[in-house]
Write a protein that binds this ligand. Structure first.
Ligand code: OGA
Ligand code: NI
Length: 373
């Protein structure tokens, strides 16, 4: 397709402010070109093996009791090191609160198009906004998804009246409960790194938060597009609530593992910032959501983005580095990370931008130079 045509198609889509939901409402039977994955990706997909692995399910129910906590810390450590993703049950967030959150997000996206339009924005400073595809003009192909973003990154306060009325109460409750679950998880993760329980909390890892309420409309040709293309999260930690439709997958050893919906559970994944401060001890996994004929699928990603307000400087944690395990990343602020994450070249991970060369790399580069001289 001509690049000009593609830009025109994107602009026309954007001008509707109705998102992918708008296309479905208009009765389209085929996936428009702008959503179709490039041919090389579609071929690669056909050859990509599927994993029969399951992501671990960790029961947080009795972490206050005796040696049960140690066991849970061990499970969190293993999952964070090997996969970077796991599910949790008995996490303390009430099922009714989760169901109401999913329901509220669905109702928002199903509002009358004229009402929903009022929330349409790509303004980075706006706390509450709705748009389809945050990276609409940068990605190779658009994704089959619309999103409502609620950002508590630049400030800790969110005046309730800024939230759409249709999901206001459910969102306030859910944000509250997930915020305290985040504290619990950062304690477990600190211990899993062999640090004091309050370590990551004191680094303000749980401070900035962004919640994204995704709406994945049913897709007439799911093989041709993606719900969410493969990515890592620019957070310390993400707590994801998904409904029972499925489609979330995590990459492990070049194979995608399905993260099967499990009633009452939440999905937890390590983000890039925690991979950096843990000096690669924990992994920020590539993950994606495949498109589906069934739908709509609703999910809510809660990203704990760290302190962007007072400019805390993050880097590999001193206690975790030594002569034999040198710092692998430069120091950075959350703002440094986010700005690189959203402007990096399409084939680079956000982590690459901050990675330090290791001695082994230097040796390799030197010998490469020697070979070419
Ligand atoms: C995300 C994400 C997965 C999902 O928002 O970063 O990975 O299931 N979402 O919607
Ligand atoms: Ni993600």
């Amino acid at each position: 397709m001509q690049e000009d045509d593609r830009v025109k198609e994107l602009q026309a889509f954007e001008a509707t402010k109705a998102g992918v939901k708008g296309l479905i409402d208009a009765g389209i039977q085929k996936v428009p070109r702008m959503f179709i994955r490039p041919a090389d990706e579609l071929v690669e997909e056909l050859n990509c093996a599927r994993s029969a692995l399951q992501v671990p399910v960790i029961d947080l129910g009795r972490i206050g009791e005796g040696d049960h906590r140690e066991k849970v810390v061990g499970e969190v450590r293993r999952a964070s090191k090997e996969l970077g993703i796991f599910q949790i049950v008995n996490h303390g967030v009430a099922v009714e609160v989760m169901d109401a959150m999913l329901d509220g997000v669905r109702k928002f996206h199903e509002l009358d198009a004229e009402v929903k339009k009022q929330f349409h924005s790509r303004e980075s400073m706006q706390k509450v906004k709705y748009a389809s595809n945050v990276d609409l003009y940068r990605s190779r192909a658009a994704n089959w998804r619309d999103s409502l973003t609620i950002s508590l990154m630049g400030s800790d306060r969110l005046p309730p009246e800024e939230l759409p009325e249709i999901c206001r109460d459910s969102t306030i409750k859910y944000l509250d409960e997930v915020t305290s679950l985040g504290e619990t998880l950062f304690e477990l993760l600190s211990e899993a790194l062999g640090l004091k329980r309050g370590y990551l909390g004191a680094l303000k890892c749980g401070q900035g938060r962004t919640f994204i309420g995704h709406y994945y409309p049913p897709c007439p040709e799911p093989e041709l597009t993606m719900g969410t293309a493969t990515h890592t999260d620019p957070s310390f930690l993400t707590i994801l609530l998904q409904d029972q439709i499925g489609g979330l997958q995590a990459l492990h050893n070049n194979q995608y593992i399905n993260v099967e919906p499990l009633p009452g559970s939440l999905v937890v994944n390590i983000g890039d910032m925690l991979q950096i401060v843990s000096n690669d001890e924990f992994i920020s996994p590539d993950h994606r959501v495949v498109a589906n004929r069934a739908g709509p699928r609703i999910s809510v990603a809660g990203l704990f983005t760290g302190d962007a307000l007072s400019g805390t400087i993050y880097g590999p944690i001193k206690e975790l580095i030594s002569e034999n395990n040198r710092a692998r990343y430069k120091e950075l602020t959350v703002r440094d990370y986010i700005s690189k994450f959203f402007t990096r070249p399409i084939d680079k991970s956000g982590l690459d931008e901050f990675r330090l060369l290791q001695d082994e790399d230097n040796v390799q580069i030197l010998s490469l130079c020697a070979d070419t001289l």
